[in-house]
Design a protein around this ligand. Structure first.
Ligand code: NAD
Length: 288
């Protein structure tokens, strides 16, 4: 019997879809909340496609069907259903003004003992916890994308996060088949303080016409053995999310090294958000 059965997932974008699918595939009941029916329908379709696609590669004929998985997820625009959640993973847009409102709502609706895991790219967990009355039960859970395929999570201990919450979060991840590396709170944590600067600088290189998109990525893949180059990685994450994250770092450290590249801003304004929009640095026939 799992210790945590029912998990709330807030935000049904790239990460919320992956987290919900992973949770349902590891036997949890999921309550997935976003702001519109259209977004939820898109999430439903994505999960159906992903599970079907996974099925092609699984020899195990016992594997659950897309319908079995979708039956474990309640899709809703109503936050009220989250009162049944024993644990909540928040995955809304990387904008402080939005997240702040979301946590105030969650704090009012969820039982006092429910822990909140923030799947943010860069916002300080201590800052997020400050808008709730349960700072000891707020933790950072930085999942990697695509969530069902990535076994490691960067877990962030906020200033007030209790040992009990860390243990609960570890159990939650173990139930999802994942391990974690725990780090102290600082904007961007370890991963994105480095990665966002790298991606932003790769975009400056492109803007300065030092090399082509393919050449930039190829140098990282062939010279350093990275599986993906920085521009491919940017497309996978979402260029809007990259811009919001680097803006959070800029605002948090007041350091000009985090200023976003004008080409990144222009691409986001043009709707070139990467894989999820069908076009970023590369074009995709199958947007997710
Ligand atoms: P996304 O833009 O794909 O999805 C964000 C979702 O949040 C959207 O569906 C949006 O409608 C929803 N949302 C906005 N306001 C809401 C509200 N008030 N209530 C409920 N839902 C709301 O973004 P994403 O890539 O899924 O990122 C989500 C979070 O995860 C961000 O904080 C991001 O930094 C973080 N993250 C992203 C990645 C990545 O690779 N994309 C990896 C790790 C963490």
């Amino acid at each position: 019997m799992r210790e945590i059965q029912t998990v709330g997932v807030v935000g049904a974008g790239v990460m919320g879809i992956g987290v919900s699918q992973n949770l349902a595939q590891t036997g949890h009941q999921v309550i997935l909340v976003d702001v519109s029916e259209d977004i939820l329908n898109h999430a439903k379709q994505e999960i159906r496609n992903n599970v079907r696609f996974q099925g092609f590669f699984q020899k195990n004929s016992e594997a659950e069907s897309p319908d079995d998985i979708l039956n474990k997820i309640k899709f809703s625009t109503n936050y009220k259903f989250l009162e049944d959640a024993e644990f909540v993973v928040e995955n809304v847009t990387e904008k402080w003004d939005l997240k702040k409102e979301v946590y105030a709502q969650l704090d009012a609706i969820c039982p006092e003992k429910t822990a909140f895991a923030a799947n943010t790219s860069a916002i300080s967990i201590t800052r997020i916890a400050s808008v709730t009355k349960r700072a000891t039960r707020v933790v950072g859970m930085h999942f990697m994308n695509p969530v069902p395929m990535k076994p490691m999570v960067e877990m962030i201990r906020g200033h007030h996060t209790s040992d009990e919450t860390i243990e609960t979060a570890k159990k939650m991840l173990a139930q999802m088949g994942k391990e974690c590396i725990i780090v102290n709170d600082s904007p961007g944590f370890v991963s994105n303080r480095v990665l966002m600067l790298t991606i932003n600088e790769a975009i400056f290189i492109l803007q300065d016409q030092v090399a082509s998109i393919e050449e930039v990525d190829k140098i990282f893949k062939t010279c350093f053995g990275h599986k993906m180059g920085p521009l491919e990685t940017a497309d996978l994450i979402g260029l809007d999310t990259i811009l919001f994250s680097i803006e959070v770092l800029y605002e948090s450290f007041n350091d000009s090294k985090y200023r976003p590249c004008p080409l990144l801003k222009k691409m986001v304004d043009a709707g070139l958000h990467g894989r999820k929009s069908g076009k970023g640095f590369y074009a995709y026939s199958n947007p997710n």
